[in-house]
Design a protein around this ligand. Structure first.
Ligand SMILES: [Zn+2]
Ligand SMILES: [Zn+2]
Length: 739
């Protein structure tokens, strides 16, 4: 591993971006030099071009149109200009102690090893650090109109800002009006199948952005790489150093009215899995004694239920333990101080969450499935491996809506299921499909788990419902030990006892999960080619992507429509670039308009809604309502999917037949034809002791009742499941978290 040679390196400021960017590419050309470069850069990024393929492309261009575009990759980069900085920070080759970022001779003040920056670059004893301040500043100036500041106390929790811990910071004045906060993640990603080589990015999201914006705009302050996990005392140092400045002095940025703001930045929540979490906290992992990050369960083996329940850890005690711990002796599972303890407002206990992607989806849900289907359990009464073929038949015929990226796979393939597949299995498939398959007591027990997750993953969670979910989870964990035995009381089962607290503190589970971070890990893996200079390639591509929108604001403002359209096409997904029309701010239709005549039943449905007779109209079979994409049940291009099941505001459940657009008294109007699904009112399961039911599952019958409904009445998308010759409708608990 070595640092790139000068011609591979990002152009520095001296090289400078081209100064004549506003000039046309040639006299009378339809685009400027700046626009030409920006289009090329989006093309490179969108299609993941290597430096070599870019070089070839530029050469071909220049044969056709000499001098119209830069001749080499290097000149292209030089002309495109600066897109952010990164620098190597060095560590000791002997003890991994932090050595700083200076070039020249470096000496370790712990083991006194002498080295220098050049040999550290060659041997890979460094990691990359990017300015967090400049990334956040860019983000704030870009997204400023969308900064959320509604943290007012209410009885529903709809995001991180409604949580108790966030509110405490606001109420105490520890966080001011303009201040912002971060949720961050740190986890390893293996890069190649055949080696241990991995990268460890730190990823940050700005909590004050709207959830979808937040999850789509991740900042990366540090990137570690190599064959070993990062040495956290070293790796966290520059991150904590920069945050220490940002929490004191803040970031200066300007809003659209050109008013300057100074926003202090506080890291508040770390969302990482149970392997990374103890590394960051400098504590023992769950399999050690006192390995729980949240309480004083003795650990060291199965996490059996204790009576009384173990006391919760506190901040003050954690600091005492960290200071009392020595290399030879941990104190209550704490190995020593962590650099994170230097951060103001970041809590070493409550700042971490028992993150549900790993603990629930890949944790307890997968564990249960393995208990049920693994042949090694064939003597247990919960074993249903012999019925898995029958189960598979129903499972693989389920047609989920488009929010669920993968259609269900056979339980025999569960080894390959992704976290999102486990989530769908838990929330939608398990209860209807295992009804009558699993012994009643195990199925009733499963219901408690599914029930709690539907509540805690809700788009808005009522505080009183969190209490109910907590009772369900308490009963679930207590019974788990009785039903499946003490040996199966894993740490993940134990974490369920801490999960409701995290929702009270920091909002619904989707708000603090690692799903968006993990998904960005997948994106980072596409940012390099070959096996050399991998971290540098990743960081540079990451910065180029970030620079695009920033540069586009200036460069594309005066572009002609053709250029703008190409640029938009290169930036966005297929859906946005295809044929579409907006009906109002909430409704957009896709595809060719299809003119037709309403049948008598359709016409009377419209008359029931509007009181007038409409005969001619335009039909659409694909449309977006309030950010949710629907397809009508007759849309034939969508195989293996049912994307037409919707719950209305008034509780009715329907299948969408089509969107109708027509003119009435010269005004364009629209409504949606649906076929009602008749709710039988039968409850799938209930727990009479807790007085809870499977309110989220509706057993329905097909009906011939066609109605017209206004799009305002649309509430949420549902999953339609056929099992045991019955139809069930289960809503997606939220429309924010995507697979
Ligand atoms: Zn050393
Ligand atoms: Zn615990």
């Amino acid at each position: 591993m070595s640092f790139p040679t000068p011609d591979q390196q990002e152009p520095n400021e001296k090289a400078g971006p081209l100064t004549d960017g506003d000039d046309p590419v040639y006299p009378g050309a339809p685009l400027t030099k700046g626009q030409s470069l920006l289009l090329l850069m989006s093309f490179i990024l969108r299609h993941n071009l290597t430096a070599v393929s870019l070089d070839h492309l530029l050469k071909i261009f220049n044969e056709h149109f000499p001098g119209m575009v830069p001749v080499t990759t290097y000149l292209f980069r030089k002309a495109y200009g600066q897109y952010g900085n990164y620098e190597p920070h060095f560590y000791c080759p002997t003890c991994e102690n932090y050595l700083g970022k200076n070039t020249g001779e470096l000496q370790c003040d712990i083991c006194h090893t002498v080295t220098d920056s050049d040999s550290s670059l060659k041997s890979g004893c460094f990691f990359l650090v990017l300015s967090l301040a400049s990334q956040i500043k860019t983000l704030l100036e870009e997204k400023q109109t969308k900064i959320q500041n509604d943290w007012l106390n209410s009885d529903t929790i709809s995001d991180i800002q409604c949580g108790d811990e966030y509110q405490k910071l606001k109420e105490s004045g520890a966080m001011g009006e303009d201040d912002i906060s971060l949720i961050w993640n740190c986890d390893g990603i293996p890069l190649f199948r055949s080696s241990k080589y991995q990268i460890w990015p730190i990823q940050c999201q700005v909590i004050e952005l709207e959830p979808r914006e937040r999850k789509a705009n991740i900042c990366i302050p540090c990137l570690w790489f190599g064959e070993k996990k990062p040495y956290m005392l070293t790796f966290l140092k520059p991150f904590v150093d920069e945050l220490s400045i940002l929490q004191k002095d803040g970031i200066k940025w300007k809003d659209s009215a050109n008013i300057e703001h100074t926003s202090k930045v506080f890291a508040l929540i770390c969302s990482s899995d149970s392997v990374a979490r103890p590394l960051l906290r400098n504590t023992k992992q769950f399999n050690g004694f006192y390995g729980c990050d949240f309480c004083y369960h003795v650990g060291g083996g199965p996490y059996t239920n204790k009576d009384p329940v173990p006391k919760l850890r506190t901040e003050v005690e954690h600091f005492d333990h960290a200071l009392a711990a020595t290399l030879e002796k941990t104190v209550m599972g704490v190995k020593g101080p962590s650099p994170l303890m230097r951060l103001e407002n970041f809590q070493m206990i409550n700042g971490f969450v028992p993150e549900y992607q790993h603990s629930v989806c890949l944790g307890v849900t997968r564990q249960l499935a393995n208990l049920w289907f693994d042949s090694r359990n064939h003597e247990q009464e919960w074993y249903i491996g012999t019925k898995s073929d029958l189960l598979d038949k129903e499972l693989v015929t389920i047609k989920p809506p488009v929010e669920i990226i993968r259609v269900p796979r056979s339980v025999a393939d569960r080894k390959y299921w992704k976290a999102s597949e486990w989530r769908s299995f838990l929330l939608f498939y398990a209860l209807p499909l295992l009804n009558g398959v699993l012994l009643r007591k195990f199925w009733n027990h499963l219901f408690l788990f599914v029930f709690a997750m539907h509540i805690l993953l809700g788009e808005k969670v009522k505080r009183c419902d969190i209490d109910v979910a907590e009772r369900a989870l308490r009963k679930f964990t207590l019974q788990f030990e009785k039903l499946y035995g003490a040996a199966n009381m894993t740490f993940n089962v134990h974490l369920l006892t801490h999960i409701t607290t995290s929702v009270r503190n920091w909002g619904p589970l989707w708000a603090t999960s690692t799903f968006s971070f993990e998904s960005f890990n997948g994106t980072l893996l596409k940012y390099f080619h070959g096996t050399t200079h991998v971290p540098e390639q990743i960081v540079r591509r990451f910065l180029s992507w970030r620079s695009l929108t920033q540069k586009a604001e200036k460069v594309m403002a005066d572009a002609n429509d053709g250029v703008k359209k190409i640029f938009a096409g290169l930036q966005s997904s297929h859906l946005h670039s295809c044929n579409s029309a907006s009906l109002n701010e909430n409704v957009r239709v896709f595809g060719k308009p299809c003119h037709g005549t309403l049948s008598p039943s359709q016409s009377s449905a419209v008359k029931n809604l509007l009181g007038v007779t409409v005969s001619q109209c335009v039909f659409y079979h694909r449309f977006i309502v309030k950010g949710i994409l629907y397809h009508s049940s007759s849309y034939t291009n969508l195989k293996k999917r049912i994307n037409s099941t919707v719950e209305l505001m008034d509780g009715r459940l329907c299948r969408i037949l089509s969107m109708l657009v027509f003119r009435l008294h010269h005004v364009s109007m629209h409504c949606v034809l649906v076929r009602e699904l008749k709710n039988t009112g039968k409850l799938l399961c209930r727990d009479s002791e807790l007085n809870i039911t499977s309110y989220f599952v509706s057993e329905v019958l097909q009906s011939n009742n066609v109605c017209a409904v206004p799009t305002d009445l649309f509430y949420r998308k549902c999953v339609l499941i056929e099992a045991k010759a019955k139809n069930y409708v289960i809503p997606l608990p939220n429309n924010i978290e995507r697979d």
